[in-house]
Design a protein around this ligand. Structure first.
Ligand code: PHE
Length: 349
């Protein structure tokens, strides 16, 4: 005679299979799983009945429960797939659905023109043995001025109007603030560039911005000279522009270099013949530079009788403007996507 537990199992199986096969949606299937297949659900819970079954029939009943669980699980999976297929079928046969229409466009960001040019400069300088360093934008009066041979009463402080912070620190007015930090951090000889943002407390117009970008270059070695500086700059800039560049030096004054220069390059637009870009002179002012002043070497812990150096301060914002023919520096940091999405490539390859 069949044990009542087996009869009940058969009834449970029929009910579960019927509910699974006829389930109208995924939620109904979930309900079947919960009611029958959970640990204390009606099917698995049926194993508790084993105790009341004669020992000889137990293994058969246990196996029957497990087989039923497998069978119901399969029925649920089959129904779930059928429901999914039907949904897809309905969506595809909707007359309003046109698979040939383009998908929603994915808006992709673009690199900022300053980033594009800076990345290329970093790459070129690295290949020439320069470290690429990063220094704080909030710096001390010491590194920004005093260590650079600009004491408090020095008129050169007025050359760069400064954002002072309440704690006595300042927003660096030039990347030269990294020079003495670098001398302290590395054993000479070394070469490094340090690109970054600088800040000046001044009125803005098409060619002045309170925040702009510079790339400082510093080379410390046993013997450097003005011809060495000039030749180095010529090689560096020819690498940067990917063609032979003519350079000339004019005297320029900065307290932290002696002698100091303004470096011009032969106009890349007209090759020196004279054009509106170079104001018919054949030359374009590119960057200030000079031999590191002995007082600056001393501030960096270097003996000026043993070590010498040259430094330059490249106006990255200016370079980017020249490269992309941007006529107003204020575009660079205005964050207008219509402006920013126009740039690709650096033209420095
Ligand atoms: N720090 C100077 C400036 O911002 C530029 C400069 C750098 C000059 C290095 C000489 C040497 O105006």
């Amino acid at each position: 005679m069949t044990h009542p537990a087996s009869v009940e199992l058969a009834a449970l199986r029929d009910e579960a299979l019927r509910l699974a096969t006829n389930a109208a949606d995924d939620a109904a299937l979930d309900a079947v799983v919960q009611a029958f297949l959970g640990k204390s659900g009606r099917l698995k819970g049926h194993l508790k009945r084993l105790g009341s079954v004669p020992a000889a029939e137990r293994p058969a009943l246990g196996k029957a429960v497990n087989d039923t669980v497998t069978e119901v699980e399969a029925a649920i999976a089959t129904r779930r797939k059928a429901l999914g297929d039907a949904r897809l079928e309905a969506a595809l046969s909707d007359p309003g659905f046109d698979p040939t229409l383009p998908g929603a466009p994915v808006a992709r960001g673009t690199l900022h023109p300053l980033t594009l040019v800076d990345q290329r400069l970093d790459e070129i300088f690295r290949s020439m043995g320069f470290y690429v360093l990063d220094y704080p934008e909030v710096d001390s009066e010491h590194y920004n001025f005093e260590a650079l041979n600009i004491p408090a009463d020095h008129p050169a402080r007025d050359m760069q109007d400064t954002f002072w912070l309440n704690d006595g620190n300042l927003l660096r007015t030039h990347t030269s603030a990294g020079q003495v930090r670098t001398m302290k951090a590395f054993a000479p000889p070394f070469r490094a560039i340090f690109p970054g943002r600088v800040f000046r407390y001044e009125a803005t117009d098409a060619s002045h911005e309170h925040t702009f970008h510079q790339v400082e270059g510093l080379c410390i070695d046993r013997h450097v000279s003005v011809p060495h500086l000039q030749a180095s700059m010529k090689t560096l800039l020819s690498g940067v522009f990917g063609r032979e560049v003519k350079v000339r030096l004019r005297p320029g004054y900065f307290p932290f270099v002696e002698p100091g220069f303004e470096l011009d390059i032969g106009c890349l637009v007209c090759d020196g013949a004279g054009c509106p870009v170079c104001k018919r002179s054949g030359w374009v002012e590119l960057l200030p530079c000079g031999l590191v002043h002995p007082n600056v070497l001393r501030a960096g812990g270097l003996d000026p009788d043993e070590w010498q150096g040259w430094a330059f301060g490249l106006g990255l914002s200016r370079l980017v403007m020249m490269r992309y023919k941007i006529d107003d520096i204020r575009h660079l940091l205005a964050g207008d996507v219509r402006f920013l999405s126009q740039f690709s490539g650096t033209g420095l390859e």
